[in-house]
Design a protein around this ligand. Structure first.
Ligand code: ADP
Length: 628
């Protein structure tokens, strides 16, 4: 009776245990079920049937998703065997047992730990195995998620570390208040010219006492005020092999906080600005040199925005008539100080074909004095090739102009004074020539002949100089008449032909042309072209002349086979007193005025004059004038 009641008590306790429990026989490998409590059946979702007497493993495997659980009987039994052999409770490793829900067939993924306790009889033999599994799925998943989170955090940490280490800017973290270097990336240790191992864990100002004070003040300020600090081109002195080297940095310092919000130190990001500072200093130096050079040359610099017509100028020349401090003004405001005849010159130059120009304007200053201002300009274009800006120089050339004027006046006076006596000498020489020719004294006649020729040259020179002064004074007179151009050309050719016995002047066939122009001035131009062609081709024996009519324009060209003109002299060759100076041009007489006069004459006749160089040497000079 007592035994029955004990059994009943045990049964009641067993069935109502809050944990899943099963009682097994230790009859390896069958492990016969002696009893299984309701909690066990519910936990493992076993079907409602009689289990006592059945093999535990059979029943278990019937009700498990074995394939998915991937658990084999041997593993399971090894735990039972351990408990039997050790005769003490054994805790199984976490096992994954997937459970099939009987009605729906749904599979639940479950993790378990099981404690199997051997129950011994009086002879210390194992009589039962008492096995209690615990569902640890939730803990397992949490642990699993923890591992995943940890690995994500690790990846993120590694990412930040690689960004930190590879960043092209210097990054460092210093722990206050002693500013112990906690982290420092290679870019920053490179800037400090040391290895990061020499800095980590040490107060930064111990490492660099030479540049400490200013930095300490700044970093302490950030730490105390909690305000970020941005610094530009701050000097850092570093001790390198017994010398202190100065570098510069652009940097930002921010206070940094621990995860719990407490402030911990300073994080700094810096960019080495040493090169930038050096470049800027070089630039400032060269700007200063340029400024000194420009100022000592009396040059001013001007910069015109073509859209707004606003001028920025460094020059007092430009601001003559303006208050002295005014260095920015409208172009049209400046033009009011330019004399009316010259006002269009600048706009003409700005709209001209080239991208560079030089022009001279006459300005009246506030003290009523007249000043010649030479302007040079480089025209800058945008990506659409539109002119947008002009940058150039200004130079007051008044002194030079006045000197030139005095020289011109002197030349003009001298030429005028020479003209009368030379004309009389020429007349006397020609008289002598006529008188001695019939007498037949050859030597005397030759000498007089040479005298007459030299006097002719002198007369031509004086006429040229007088013409040049007329042109400079804007007084060159033109007299237009109707004439037959071919007749003029024939006359000039035979006149010039008489002066040479080395060259043959060949007139190529061309049309017969009537014209209305200044015959004598055109004669002067052709004579100049022919005499130059002969003069500058000493080893040749021929000069070719051609005449044509195109679009009501008469074109006359003179071709020689002489020394030629370098292409780069093109822009200067028609300037007053300009002569080419090189080996080929040495030894020729002349004063560089003939082409200047020719250009002025042809321009006044609304024509143009130019030259073309020839590959095999020699030059072709041409001019064109309207036929009528
Ligand atoms: P000049 O001949 O008196 O020096 P020009 O004004 O006629 O002056 O010519 C200017 C310069 O141009 C000359 O000094 C010479 O260097 C160059 N020149 C002119 N014509 C020729 C030519 N046909 N061949 C080579 N050079 C020339």
């Amino acid at each position: 009776m007592e035994k029955t009641s004990t059994l009943n008590t045990y049964k009641a306790v067993f069935d109502h245990l809050p944990a899943a429990c099963i009682l097994l026989k230790p009859d390896h490998p069958r492990y016969t079920i002696i009893d299984v409590n309701q909690q066990y059946i519910a936990t493992l979702r076993w079907p409602d049937e009689q289990f006592a007497g059945k093999s535990f493993l059979e029943v278990l495997y019937q009700n498990l998703e074995i394939e998915k659980s991937k658990i084999d009987r041997d593993t399971l039994m090894s735990f039972f065997l351990q408990a039997i052999n050790k005769k003490c409770p054994v805790e199984h490793d976490v096992l994954k047992l997937d459970i099939v829900i009987p009605d729906s067939g749904e599979v639940m993924h479950k993790y378990w730990t099981t404690v199997t306790t051997p129950i011994l009889n009086d002879q210390s033999e194992v009589e039962y195995l008492f096995s209690c599994p615990t569902d640890v799925t939730v803990q397992h998943e949490l642990a699993d998620r923890g591992i995943k989170l940890e690995s994500a955090a690790r990846i993120q940490r590694e990412f930040f570390e690689s960004v930190f280490m590879q960043a092209p800017v210097g990054i460092g973290v210093w722990e206050g208040p002693s500013f112990i270097t906690r982290m420092i990336n290679p870019a920053l240790s490179k800037f400090y010219k040391t290895d990061s191992r020499n800095l980590i864990g040490r107060p930064i100002f111990d490492a660099f006492p030479e540049s400490g004070l200013l930095w300490k003040t700044i970093m302490t300020h950030v730490l105390e005020t909690r305000e970020p600090y941005i610094g530009v081109e701050l000097a850092v002195d570093l001790q390198v092999n017994d010398t202190v080297e100065r570098s510069y940095v652009n940097f930002g310092l921010v206070p940094y906080y621990e995860a719990n919000g407490s402030m911990s130190g300073v994080l700094g990001v810096s960019i080495d600005a040493t090169q930038q500072v050096a470049l800027r200093k070089d630039l400032e130096k060269s700007e200063l040199i340029m400024k000194i050079a420009v100022e000592s040359a009396g040059l001013g610099i001007w910069d015109l925005d073509l859209k707004t017509r606003k001028v920025f100028s460094s020059s007092h020349i430009w601001i003559a008539g303006f208050p002295m401090e005014q260095s920015s003004y409208l172009l049209d405001e400046f033009l009011t100080h330019v004399i009316p005849e010259d006002r269009n010159l600048l706009d003409d130059a700005l709209n001209g074909p080239g991208s560079h120009f030089t022009t001279v304007l006459r300005t009246v200053w506030s003290d009523n004095s007249l000043h010649w201002i030479q302007l040079t300009g480089n025209i800058l274009r945008d990506e659409n090739e539109q002119r947008v800006r002009v940058v150039g120089t200004t130079l007051d050339i008044t002194d030079r102009k006045e000197l030139e004027q005095r020289k011109d006046e002197l030349l003009s006076t001298v030429s005028h004074e020479l003209k009368t006596p030379v004309t009389s000498i020429k007349a006397i020489a020609q008289l002598l020539e006529r008188k001695f020719e019939p007498i037949g004294d050859r030597i005397t006649v030759d000498l007089i002949h040479k005298l007459v020729n030299q006097i002719k040259r002198l007369t031509n020179l004086i006429h040229d100089l007088l013409d040049a002064s007329l042109i400079e004074g804007g007084k060159l007179q033109l007299n237009k008449n109707h004439f037959h151009f071919n007749e003029l050309l024939d006359e000039v050719i035979s006149d010039v032909q008489r002066t040479t016995n080395t060259h043959k002047i060949v007139l190529q066939p061309g049309p017969s042309i009537q014209s209305f122009s200044d015959k004598e001035r055109i004669r002067q131009v052709i004579i100049n072209m022919l005499t130059n062609a002969i003069k500058y081709s000493p080893t040749a024996d021929e000069v070719l002349v051609s005449l044509s009519l195109e679009d009501k324009c008469i074109r006359c060209c003179v071709e020689d086979f002489g020394v030629g003109i370098p292409k780069e002299k093109e822009s200067q060759i028609f300037e007053r007193f300009y002569r080419v100076i090189d080996d080929k041009h040495s030894g020729f007489q002349g004063i560089g005025i003939g082409l200047y006069i020719s250009k002025q004459i042809i321009t006044r006749l609304n024509g143009k004059i130019w030259f073309e160089g020839k590959a095999d040497g020699g030059t072709i000079f041409c001019f064109e004038v309207p036929q009528f």
